[in-house]
Design a protein around this ligand. Structure first.
Ligand code: AMP
Ligand code: GLY
Length: 442
């Protein structure tokens, strides 16, 4: 029997923990720090080890826990602990941890590192230039014209990117990041890049240093509001598969993007291990360009993707840790679609402690076509007898209602459950899946 530790507290981690718990070989899934959903999931329990898992004392708390609780594998959800080297620290302590080392995680941790890496390895991406001075940055914007994209260099939870439609908006973004320091250290350096046109897709793989296992494809909805308008968020909903990734596009991504990452990291003496997420723009001729790399699974992409996974997540990670990843996995042929319900004010501000009504039972059989994954949830009173009645918001993205069915049916099924859930200021998009539904209808 196995014990697993999942690090993180989002919808992605609920989905990962839920998938691991389904495996008969698994005894306990600990989630640090987890959320209300992971606390309620059978075989799962939250452990108050870490808040973010980012610093060395948190790393040692994780290592101690693993040693004291016979943890067979650690699966790291979010980028922050990866960027600060949680996988390196676990390996040094002889603990099996799934994720990239700090060196490889720079692909997400620094936009500048990622752009230089892509340039050196001929990976298709938008033309760019890096700046630390506002005057020089603005001169470059004048030269390039709008639309143009301004990105904070470091980690900014998906929110450090401004797609400027006008020169004025681009200036404003520069002032926010370089002059006013709105993004802190993450924004003390900016990357300015060419605006890419096309349709986005998320291409996520498992990599064991040499073998590549592509996950089912997916598409995220980054903007806060319907019709892909409003500010960028961490993601307001996702579905899988993404029809824009045809077989031909898939092959191009594997040969032009993923394989070059694996080869280049090996050549650098830092084999890439863990999940790798390429955020892509697919142009009208079907050529992929990398918008960004993430060194982890996507959130909310994980929720629909793992809803479709029929192979054991635990077996896949075990094979990945052993350097024996297969080249494919078993997927439910039906699409899955997840709608994020975010808290009041998201993404600018965040509200906590609002009671959530209308949550369906978290019962869990495979035929269940709708699953509500928790993200920013907590218990108002951890001693309450009927804990499910006491679930409250804990900020940011709160839930992801995910349905498995035909794409339109999945949207309808997810909307029906979403509509029955309520809390003060709840916000969600009704148009998740619109690209795929339009394709299906045409
Ligand atoms: P990122 O955090 O780099 O993924 O950027 C967030 C979002 O901004 C992406 O999902 C795109 O929608 C948009 N974006 C980023 N870079 C570009 C680009 N070069 N051209 C067009 N849109 C972009
Ligand atoms: N959904 C986008 C991300 O995980 O970065």
């Amino acid at each position: 029997m196995m014990n697993i530790l999942v690090i993180g507290s989002g919808g992605r981690e609920h989905a990962l923990a839920w998938q691991c718990a389904k495996d008969d070989k698994v005894n306990n899934v600990y989630v640090a720090p987890g959320n209300a959903g992971t606390a309620l999931e059978p075989k799962c329990q939250n452990v108050v080890l870490v808040s973010t898992g980012e610093n060395a004392s948190e790393h040692s708390a994780i290592i101690d826990f693993c040693q004291n609780n016979a943890i067979d594998m650690v699966i790291v959800g979010p980028e922050a602990p990866l960027v600060t080297g949680i996988v390196d620290a676990c390996r040094d302590a002889g603990i099996q941890a799934w994720g990239p080392t700090a060196y490889c995680a720079q692909l997400e941790g620094s936009k500048t590192f990622a752009k230089e890496f892509m340039e050196q390895n001929n990976i298709p991406t938008a033309a760019y230039k890096g700046f630390t001075e506002a005057v020089a940055a603005k001169a470059y914007i004048d030269e390039q014209g709008a639309p143009i994209v301004i990105k904070a260099d470091g980690l900014a939870a998906g929110k450090g990117v401004i797609v400027a439609e006008t020169i004025e908006q681009a200036y404003e973004a520069i002032d926010d990041m370089l002059a006013d320091n709105k993004f802190g250290d993450a924004g003390s350096r900016v990357v300015i890049e060419q605006f890419l046109q096309g349709e986005e897709a998320s291409f996520i793989c498992m990599i064991d240093g040499k073998n590549i296992l592509p996950m089912a494809t997916s598409q995220d909805h980054k903007r806060a509001f319907e019709g892909d308008t409003g500010p960028n968020t961490g993601g307001m909903g996702a579905y899988s598969p993404a029809p824009v990734v045809t077989q031909d596009v898939h092959e191009k991504v594997m040969t032009q993007v993923i394989q070059p990452v694996v080869d280049a990291m090996n050549n650098a003496g830092h084999p890439y291990t863990g999940f790798l997420y390429a955020g892509l723009m697919i142009d009208e001729t079907g050529d992929p360009y990398v918008i960004e790399f993430n060194c982890r699974f996507g959130d909310p992409e994980t929720q629909p993707i793992l809803m479709r996974l029929q192979s054991s997540m635990v077996d896949l990670v075990a094979k990945g840790l052993a350097g024996q990843l297969p080249s494919d996995a078993q997927w439910d042929s039906r699409p899955a679609l997840g709608i994020v319900i975010a808290s009041k004010g998201y993404p600018e501000t965040s509200s906590k402690g609002d009671v959530i009504a209308g949550l369906p039972e978290l019962d869990d059989n495979n035929d269940n076509a709708v699953k509500v994954f928790h993200a920013g949830t907590a218990f108002s009173d951890s001693d309450a007898i009927d804990r499910e009645k006491e679930v409250v918001t804990n900020g940011g993205r709160v839930l992801c209602v995910t349905a498995l069915a035909g794409i339109s049916d999945a949207q309808q099924a997810a909307l029906a459950v979403t509509g029955a859930i309520s809390f003060d200021g709840a916000q969600y998009r009704r148009d998740i899946g619109h690209h795929a539904i339009a394709r299906e209808n045409s």
